[in-house]
Design a protein around this ligand. Structure first.
Ligand code: SAM
Length: 326
């Protein structure tokens, strides 16, 4: 598999570089064009001869159907990461594979025998997380939705989705404004962290700050609960300091009223540059007439994903939790 990823990564990277040189556009823009070329296999009519010949040569070298879906996702993930390195805005951020794998596992365990359901990522970015989660639910048929404010990222999400032959309905908008979407069964999202600049929109939220800008990550939790069915599950990547801010009481009271706190899993600290950047996976269930608090909240410090023994031990603790304490 590694070799295949490397091969497809190289194809995407080389083709992207040809487009960058010829058209003088940023790498991520050219990557969108390269991945569309791979998917649609169509060249525009008005290309210079050499350029057209180069791209035709590349097209003859690769067919996406020759690669497994996860190989396609990982190859594109590597090229996106290359494109984001150094040059992009701080908020351009792609959820790492390991987080996607783990979230996918959690969704599978929590959904159990439910095989037909809806899923939404309100901060979907390139859709790497959403697709990593979907690709792990092979026996389920899931109607998926994503929303993202950034134009480049949502175009990458489209390319990503096409290349993996998935259907995801996208909203290109500020997800804290109303979304034309019925509540879903499952939310998965790596939340943007920081201040939300639009105070007028924030005003409509219970979790607004009375003065100054509100926290985007708090508003995103409230908005996600709004778009979740009663009894539905929410899986968030959150900053581990979420319950340490001066707004923690407001957040806790809000959660107590609307949701059950189901789990808090600290991601391995080796994944983050420093303590302040540390993240966790936070699992909630939206309250409904038939829901209840779990006997115990699922708490764990996840080991480095490379540490197979430690990982097995955490997974077995989680099995016990699903059996006895859920
Ligand atoms: N899971 C994504 C992936 O795998 O590519 C990365 C998500 S990233 C941590 C958070 C995303 O939230 C960013 O792509 C950012 O552009 C988006 N975002 C921030 N504020 C937003 C808003 N108000 N509405 C919609 N998207 C927003």
């Amino acid at each position: 598999m590694e070799q295949q990823i490397e091969q497809l990564f190289k194809w995407l990277d080389d083709t992207t570089n040809i487009i960058v040189e010829e058209e003088d556009v940023p790498y991520l823009e050219a990557l969108i064009a390269a991945s569309e070329l791979l998917f649609y296999r169509d060249l525009p009519d008005d290309l210079a001869n050499d350029y057209e010949a180069n791209l035709k040569k590349k097209l003859n070298e690769a067919h996406y159907k020759d690669y497994e879906v996860e190989v396609r996702r990982k190859a594109l993930q590597l090229t996106i990461l290359k494109g984001m390195k150094g040059v992009t805005q701080q908020h351009h951020h792609i959820t790492p594979d390991t987080v996607g794998m783990f979230m996918g596992y959690l969704v599978q365990r929590f959904m159990g025998d439910t095989k037909h359901y809806t899923m939404f990522d309100p901060a979907c970015g390139t859709a790497n997380l959403l697709l990593a989660v979907l690709n792990q639910q092979n026996e389920s048929s899931i109607k998926a939705y994503g929303s993202e404010v950034d134009a480049t990222l949502i175009r990458l999400a489209y390319s990503n989705t096409n290349l993996q032959e998935r259907e995801i309905e996208y909203f290109h908008q500020d997800s804290l404004k109303p979304i034309l979407l019925d509540p879903v069964d499952v939310i998965v999202s790596d939340l943007p962290v920081g201040y939300y600049p639009d105070d007028d929109i924030a005003y409509g939220y219970d979790l607004k700050l009375e003065e100054g800008h509100s926290y985007a990550h708090h508003l995103f939790i409230e908005q996600s609960l709004k778009y979740t069915k009663e009894g539905g599950y929410l899986f968030f990547v959150i900053p581990s300091f979420l319950f340490e801010s001066e707004q923690k009481d407001q957040l806790q009271n809000f959660l107590k009223e609307h949701a059950h706190i189901v789990g808090l899993l600290q991601l391995p600290n080796t994944m983050f540059k420093n303590e302040k950047m540390q993240k966790s996976i936070f699992v909630l269930q939206k309250k409904g007439p038939e829901t209840k608090d779990p006997n115990k909240v699922l708490l764990a410090d996840l080991p480095s994903f490379k540490d197979v023994n430690a990982m097995e031990s955490v997974l077995s603790q989680m099995n016990d939790w699903f059996k006895n304490d859920r």
